[in-house]
Design a protein around this ligand. Structure first.
Ligand SMILES: *Cc1c(COP(=O)(O)O)cnc(C)c1O
Length: 452
C-alpha cells in the first residue's frame, strides 16, 4: 500500500509502539503497518489514504444493517442520557434489557423463551458451558459435563470459547480445557476425498454418535455447532448432514447448542440458521448481527424447558458487569426494529441472496477456482491449482496473495487458508453485488498471475 497521508504513518507508528492487535501476524504487522480505516457508509469503508473499499465481510460478519445508521446513533445517545449504565445483578433490571429480551424471543424459533445477555459471542459460549453443566446438576445428573464440539469450529476467543471451538492454532498456543471433545467437520471440499458430498455428510454426522458412545451418554452434557461454520471457511454442510445429526440428537439425552453468532439475524435469509435447517436447539448463542456491531453485545437464547429447570434452581453464579448493558440493549432493540420494519431479511431471502449466489457462482469458471459455494449472504471461493483433483498451490499462500489484491483493489474478502470468504452487509444492493463480483474476478486474475 502506498502511503501519502502523513497521518497514516503516525497512526502506524502508534500501532507498532503501543498496540497489540487481535488475530494478527505481529512480525508482518510491524513491517507493513496496519491499514487505517477511518469512516464508513452503507457497505463501503474509507481508509486514511482516501481509498473507498467495498466491505465484503460486514466488518466481522456483524454490520447487518450497513454503516451510517443514524437511528442507532440516536437511540444510543438517548439511552446514555436516560440511564447510561446499570446492571442486572442481585434482583435488579432495567427496561432496555427486558424489552430486548422480549424482542429477541419474538423472532427466535418457537419455544425459545428466555435470554441471558453477555457482552460478546465468546462470553455467550462461556455462559453456555456453565449453564448446561448447571442444568444437568439441577436435573440430578452432575456427571453430565462433557461438551462435544467440532474441529475447525469457531466459538470465540475466551478460554472456554476457544476450547469449545476446534481451531488448532488457538489450542496449540494456549492449550484447551478438560471435558471438551471434538469431532470432524462436514467440510466436503477439503476433507471429503472420494466420497460423494451426501455420503461424506452422513459419515461426518455419524462421528457425533460415535463420540457420544465413546464418552458415554451419561457423561455428555451437550453438542455445540454453528449451523454453517463461518471463521472455519464458510463451510456449508452437505444436505445429508443436519438431518442425520438431528436423528442422532433425538436418540440421546443431550442438549444441543446452536452457535448462531454469524447465522443469526438474517444471514441465511431466515432469522436464524436454525430456522433455515429446521434445527431444534436447546440453546442458541447470539452476538454480531444482534446490534449490527454498532456496540458490543451477545447472549444465549434458551428453550423454555431449560429455562424452567434453571428457574427452579436457586443461584446461578454467573454474569458479566455488562450483561444486558442498557445502551447496547437500546441499540439492539432499534437494530431489530430496522431489520423487521425494512423487511431486510425478507429482501435477502427473496431478492439479494439469490442474486448474490447466482453472480458468485459465475466465478466458478475461473481457472483458479475449484468450488464456489454459498447460502444467503455467505459465500466461499476455493482457490486450487487443479480443479479436478482439488489440489492446492501448496505453500504459496494463494489466499493471502488474493486477500492483498482485494485490499489493493477496493474489496474486503477474507482468506481462510486458500478459501476466500465473503459475508457482506445484508443491505447490499444488486449494483453493489455486481461491484463485489467484478472486483473479485479481477483479484482472482491478479492472484493467478502472481502464482504462475
Ligand atoms: C465471532 C464468533 C464468536 C465470538 O464472538 P465474539 O463477539 O468475538 O466474542 C462465537 N461464535 C461464532 C460462530 C462467531 O463467529
Amino acid at each position: 500500500m502506498s502511503v501519502n497521508n502523513p497521518q497514516t504513518r503516525e497512526w502506524q507508528t502508534l500501532s507498532s509502539e503501543h498496540h497489540l492487535a487481535p488475530f494478527s501476524d505481529y512480525k508482518q504487522l510491524k513491517e507493513k503497518g496496519p491499514r487505517i480505516i477511518t469512516k464508513a457508509e452503507g457497505v463501503h469503508l474509507w481508509d486514511s489514504e482516501g481509498n473507498k473499499i467495498l466491505d465484503g465481510m460486514a466488518g466481522l460478519w456483524c454490520v447487518a444493517v450497513g454503516y451510517g445508521r443514524e437511528e442507532l446513533v440516536k437511540v444510543a445517545a438517548e439511552q446514555m442520557r436516560e440511564l447510561p449504565y446499570y446492571n442486572l445483578f442481585f434482583q435488579t433490571a432495567h427496561p432496555p434489557a427486558l424489552e430486548l429480551a422480549k424482542a429477541v424471543c419474538a423472532v427466535a424459533p418457537e419455544g425459545m423463551t428466555h435470554v441471558f445477555f453477555t457482552g460478546s459471542g465468546s462470553e455467550g459460549n462461556d455462559t453456555n458451558l456453565r449453564m448446561v453443566r448447571h442444568y444437568w446438576a439441577l436435573k440430578g445428573k452432575p456427571q453430565k459435563q462433557v461438551i462435544i464440539g467440532r474441529l475447525n469450529g469457531y466459538h470465540g476467543s475466551t478460554v472456554a470459547g476457544a476450547a469449545l471451538g476446534g481451531m488448532k492454532g488457538m489450542h496449540d498456543q494456549a492449550g484447551t480445557l478438560p471435558g471438551i471433545e471434538h469431532i470432524p467437520q462436514p467440510y466436503w471440499f477439503g476433507e471429503g476425498g472420494d466420497m460423494t458430498p451426501d455420503a461424506f455428510g452422513v459419515w461426518a454426522a455419524e462421528q457425533l454418535e460415535k463420540k457420544i458412545l465413546e464418552v458415554g451418554e451419561d457423561k455428555v452434557a451437550a453438542f455445540i455447532a454453528e449451523p454453517i461454520q463461518g471463521a472455519g471457511g464458510v463451510i456449508i454442510p452437505p444436505d445429508s448432514y443436519w438431518p442425520k445429526i438431528k436423528e442422532i440428537l433425538a436418540k440421546y439425552e443431550i442438549l444441543f447448542i446452536a452457535d448462531e453468532v454469524i447465522c443469526g439475524f438474517g444471514r441465511t435469509g431466515e432469522w436464524f440458521g436454525s430456522d433455515y435447517y429446521d434445527l431444534k436447539p436447546d440453546l442458541m448463542t447470539i452476538a454480531k448481527g444482534l446490534t449490527s456491531g454498532y456496540i458490543p453485545m451477545g447472549g444465549v437464547i434458551v428453550r423454555d424447558e431449560v429455562a424452567k429447570v434453571l428457574s427452579e434452581g436457586g443461584d446461578f453464579n454467573h454474569g458479566f458487569t455488562y450483561s444486558g448493558h442498557p445502551v447496547a440493549a437500546a441499540v439492539g432493540l432499534e437494530n431489530l426494529r430496522i431489520l423487521r420494519d425494512e423487511k431486510i431479511i425478507e429482501r435477502v431471502h427473496a431478492e439479494t441472496a439469490p442474486y448474490l449466489q447466482k453472480r458468485l457462482r459465475e466465478l466458478g469458471d475461473h481457472p483458479l477456482v475449484g468450488e464456489v459455494r454459498g447460502l444467503g449472504m455467505l459465500g466461499a471461493i476455493e482457490l486450487v491449482k487443479d480443479k479436478a483433483t482439488r489440489a492446492r498451490y501448496e505453500g504459496q499462500g494463494a489466499g493471502m496473495i488474493c486477500r492483498q489484491h482485494c485490499f489493493d483493489n477496493g474489496l474486503i474478502m477474507r482468506a481462510v487458508g486458500d478459501t476466500m470468504i465473503i459475508a457482506p452487509p445484508l443491505v447490499i444492493s444488486h449494483a453493489e453485488i455486481d461491484e463485489l463480483v467484478e472486483k473479485a474476478r479481477k483479484c482472482l486474475d491478479l492472484t493467478l498471475e502472481a502464482l504462475n
